[in-house]
Write a protein that binds this ligand. Structure first.
Ligand code: HPA
Length: 266
């Protein structure tokens, strides 16, 4: 990890990131248009090649609303076959670069039928249904403790700020629990019924690993889902990836404006 941190610091010189943002499906271009420095994952020691369609796979450093921000344009997904270590490695590197806050975004399916595709949801908690935990393995004591508390992964203070910002901008939002499944297949209607019974409001294939590791390393986390579709069985319609991309893309402007204003409040 020291190699990665050193490699990046050599490139960004005296720029000290305070805020990290993981840009999820459809949101990647949030990073475009700021005067910035971009470093491809392929060049950073310890980062693996990222290959999801539509993601650039780079860290982008920029000053936004007077804050020094590092953005992940593209993330590693467990369903691509990457290990949990690879999926969460960038979070640890961003921590070592000095960030205090991590904003994690994603596209997710709505489990709660009162929610509407296109809504944004602030994540209040998650259910890790991926069948493994990113902290399994030798503990790195320089990052966190062996048995970290997870009672407030998603900072209430940040949720409050996000809610105030959404209200100010007149952007509709929900709050709820995110269930993380491995994918890559979408869930079955029976699985979604189960998630609903367990208290989940949305379902997706990311975020829980990164949020777990971020909380373990002492970062304040804000999680925002763009609800791109009804999860399987919540509506009659079958699911398809194009719908997810299209809805994420329609909600993009709201999402971008919200992110900008949230950064201003940090
Ligand atoms: N399930 C899992 N992941 C998702 C979904 C979904 O319905 N929509 C967007 N990402």
């Amino acid at each position: 990890m020291e190699l990665a941190v050193k490699y990046i610091q050599d490139k960004i010189k005296d720029f000290k990131p305070e805020v990290g943002i993981i840009l999820g499906s459809g949101l990647g271009d949030f990073a475009d248009g700021f005067e910035s420095c971009a470093i491809s994952y392929n060049d950073i020691p310890g980062f693996e090649r990222s290959n999801v369609q539509g993601h650039k796979g780079q860290l982008v450093f920029a000053k936004i609303k007077n804050k020094n921000v590092v953005m992940m344009q593209g993330r590693y997904h467990f369903y691509e076959g990457y290990s949990m270590q690879t999926v969460t490695y960038p979070v640890k590197v961003m921590k070592k670069l000095g960030i205090k806050t991590l904003i994690i975004t994603n596209a997710a399916g709505a489990v709660t039928k009162e929610f509407t595709p296109g809504d944004l949801m602030f994540i209040t908690d998650h259910i890790n249904f991926m069948g493994t935990n990113p902290l399994i393995g030798k503990n790195d004591d320089s990052l966190g403790t062996r048995f970290p508390d997870m009672s407030e992964i998603y900072s209430r203070e940040l949720i409050n700020k996000a809610e105030n910002t959404a209200r100010k901008l007149n952007i509709k939002y929900q709050k709820g629990v995110y269930a993380a499944a491995t994918g890559p297949s979408y869930e079955t209607p029976a699985e979604i019924k189960m998630f609903n019974l367990l208290g989940a409001n949305a379902v997706g294939m990311s975020t829980a690993p990164e949020a777990t590791v971020a909380n373990y390393c002492g970062l304040k986390v804000l999680g925002i889902s763009c609800l791109t579709n009804y999860a399987a069985g919540v509506s009659e319609n079958p699911l398809n990836h194009q719908e997810v991309i299209d809805t994420a893309s329609k909600g993009k402007e709201n999402f971008k404006n919200l992110l900008l204003e949230i950064i201003a409040t940090l």
